[in-house]
Design a protein. Structure first.
Length: 181
């Protein structure tokens, strides 16, 4: 149930909704049922009083005119934007949270967890736009490189990877993943 429209609450709801839709679709496929008749609507996921407040104050729309598409568009607008419409300091954002988990003994699993954590931080903080496009890919690669712990940077010459022009394109993340593994 959506009882508040904070980014954190809506991100959690989107995650749960995605799981719910996938499970319902699988169940309907096995049972040969129509998914649209079984799925709970987005509107039914909202606290009715909150919907009324949102219609009166933010959306300027009658509650009876709300559609799932309208609600999903507004949910995605909230979750896809910077928190409080302020771009956080990217270096600070990752410095505190992005850590290479050296307790994971499987190297490939460790590197995957590192990249996955970076993606979670990006989504949670609503900075996906900052890391999209060619410049965004370069920025993300730089953040990933800057957060690698010291022992790993000495294993191979990291500075050579960072400044090699061919690593700065769209394949940067893939090449960095392979380099770390």
């Amino acid at each position: 149930m959506i009882a508040d429209i904070s980014r954190e609450a809506l991100l959690e709801w989107l995650k749960l909704r995605k799981e719910y839709v996938a499970m319902t679709e699988a169940r309907c496929k096995v049972g040969n049922e129509d998914v649209t008749g079984v799925l709970r609507s987005v509107r039914d996921s909202f606290d009715e009083d909150l919907l009324e407040t949102m219609c009166e104050t933010r959306w300027d729309v009658e509650i009876k005119d709300l559609t799932d598409d309208f609600l999903m568009a507004h949910i995605k607008a909230i979750t896809g934007s910077f928190m409080n419409r302020e771009l956080p300091d990217i270096d600070d954002l990752f410095r505190d949270e992005l850590k290479f988990d050296l307790t994971i003994s499987d190297v490939e699993a460790r590197v995957t967890a590192y990249f996955h954590l970076a993606n979670e931080i990006i989504k949670r903080n609503g900075v996906s736009d900052v890391f999209s496009g060619e410049d965004g890919v370069k920025r993300k690669c730089k953040v990933l490189v800057n957060s690698i712990p010291g022992p790993l940077t000495h294993r191979r010459p990291l500075s050579r990877f960072c400044w090699d022009k061919k690593n700065l394109g769209g394949k940067c993340r893939f090449k960095l993943y392979r380099w770390l593994g």
